[in-house]
Design a protein. Structure first.
Length: 196
């Protein structure tokens, strides 16, 4: 089932997510719905807060990036085959010189800005079967994980922009929160009064 993606301005996007246990209600269905929602919106990642749930859960599928012809064949194959569910994730190390990449977010449609992040991370998490993992990720995969991880920490990519950039996009963000935007996927806007 395709779920509504929560738009910028909803308080759930600023909440730090809580850990869940393997008996979280209907987890399999939730994961299935989140993947379907992400693919429907042509996303490469989706975090639970983006569908209104303040829990530490996010998905990543970097296969759309694999079509970039500027990448080596090895890089394309790595991105094409990376699909992962992260539950109760914790980034325990970030390494390397920060690099800029133009990021966007399904909760903040039509806003893209350069964000600086470190290229290598070490993450502890459990998968959909609650099997524990500690893994190192690099490059675009690390960046997508960092973006989604920020969501479960209550941080949006726009929070990482300079004060000048924030001022420049403020009007667009207000419009998104009021639903004054055209998107081709289901969204829930915080500042639209429900009709009776």
């Amino acid at each position: 089932m395709i779920l509504s993606i929560v738009a910028y301005g909803d308080p759930v996007l600023k909440k730090k997510g809580i850990d869940i246990t393997k008996d979280y209600p209907n987890l399999d269905t939730l994961l299935e719905n989140m993947y379907e929602t992400m693919y429907n919106a042509f996303g490469v990642g989706l975090a639970a807060p983006q569908i209104g749930l303040p829990i530490r859960l996010f998905l990543v599928d970097t296969s759309p990036f694999s079509e970039d012809e500027a990448l080596t064949e090895k890089e394309q194959n790595t991105l094409k085959n990376f699909k992962r569910t992260f539950i109760n994730a914790k980034i325990i190390k970030e390494e390397g010189d920060e690099w800029a990449f133009n990021e966007g977010c399904l909760s903040i449609p039509d806003v893209r800005e350069d964000v600086f992040r470190q290229p290598k991370i070490t993450v502890e998490y459990v998968d959909e079967n609650f099997k524990p993992h500690t893994e190192v990720f690099e490059g675009l995969i690390a960046r997508v994980i960092q973006h989604e991880y920020d969501h479960i920490e209550g941080i949006l990519f726009t929070d990482k922009l300079s004060s000048l950039k924030k001022r420049l996009i403020k009007g667009r963000l207000v419009n998104i929160s009021k639903g004054k935007i055209n998107v081709d996927y289901r969204m829930r806007f915080p500042n639209i009064k429900k009709r009776r």
